[in-house]
Design a protein around this ligand. Structure first.
Ligand SMILES: [Zn+2]
Length: 320
């Protein structure tokens, strides 16, 4: 993606103004909801800061030696930090070696740039190793931290960064954007339901099998309420080895959240909402808690079919 996302334009403009006035913050914290494209802006910003002949349009030129190295992912002045594959925590050694490398003068660009995401993957040791560098980055260096949940960062990390709060796109902005990205016959409304409020995440999930499972789940939830489906059989299908139980539970949680917020988007949700018009919200809240608890067990060896059974029986009882 080589242009800024429409809902991030105000932040991009503010950053460009700061660059033009040579008031680039040395430590930035970009925070906002997951799946809304913070990394897109951060990457464009890093490219802009490393480009040696930036274009008047405020993007990197794409042609200078610096841009070519970026395109080949071999730029010596860009350091990207994230947890190693399959791990949730950023190792303290990764931060320490970045800090060492960071102290050298830039080789090609005017400055070194660090992209660290997600910032909440740093444990206290890793965060403490970063503090001094955040306070006094060498030369013109810029450190960009990305975070979905800034509340989980050490206050000392937050206070050393200039913070940029990223807005979530509106429903209309998400649909517009998805419409331009989707190359298949898929309905943008349906795709967005895979991750409401997070169009980039939704697009990344929009493969036929997942879309079909999501659609079928919506129908099953409705059929369960109208007595046309059997919870035990639905639980059996949800437990199919090809399906990810965590994803199934997250979607169920999203449906319940939307029902609680009375956000009727799409035919299925509207039908579910009508069916549950008179239901006591306390019972929906209780079901939400049940699903949240199940989510915390979804990566353990616990019997998922039984987990789904319990949830679906509670779902069916909503109407009684
Ligand atoms: Zn360039």
């Amino acid at each position: 993606m080589n242009t800024i996302l429409p809902w991030q334009q105000p932040i991009w403009d503010r950053l460009q103004q700061q660059i033009a006035q040579q008031r680039i913050p040395h430590a930035m914290l970009l925070h906002g909801p997951a799946g809304t494209g913070k990394a897109v802006l951060a990457t464009l910003l890093a490219q802009r800061l490393l480009c040696t002949t930036p274009s008047p349009s405020s993007y990197a030129c794409g042609y200078c030696p610096s841009c070519k190295l970026l395109a080949a992912a071999t730029h010596p002045d860009l350091i990207t930090l994230q947890p190693e594959e399959g791990k949730a925590v950023l190792a303290v050694d990764q931060v320490r070696s970045m800090v060492e490398e960071f102290a050298f003068t830039p080789q090609i660009a005017q400055r070194k740039v660090v992209l660290l995401q997600p910032a909440e993957s740093m444990n206290n040791n890793a965060a403490n190793s970063l503090l001094k560098t955040l306070e006094e980055p060498p030369g013109e260096a810029v450190i960009i931290l990305l975070s979905h949940t800034p509340a989980r960062l050490l206050p000392t990390i937050r206070s050393r960064c200039q913070q940029f709060a990223f807005p979530a796109p509106t429903h209309a902005e998400s649909i517009d954007w998805l419409q331009q990205q989707i190359t298949t016959e898929d309905d943008p409304q349906q795709v967005l339901q895979l991750a409401p409020g997070a169009p980039l995440k939704a697009l990344s999930l929009s493969e036929p099998a997942l879309l079909q499972h999501h659609q079928q789940m919506g129908q099953e939830l409705l059929d369960l309420l109208t007595g046309r489906a059997d919870p035990v059989r639905v639980a059996y299908r949800w437990n199919d080895k090809k399906l990810d139980p965590t994803m199934t539970l997250r979607w169920l949680q999203q449906w319940i959240t939307q029902l609680l917020k009375r956000e009727a988007q799409g035919d299925q949700l509207t039908a579910l909402m009508q069916c549950l018009q008179t239901v006591d919200h306390q019972r929906l809240f209780h079901l939400y808690d049940t699903v949240t608890h199940a989510l915390s067990l979804s990566t353990t060896p616990v019997n998922k079919e039984l987990l789904f059974d319990g949830i679906l029986l509670e779902w069916v009882r909503l109407r009684s």
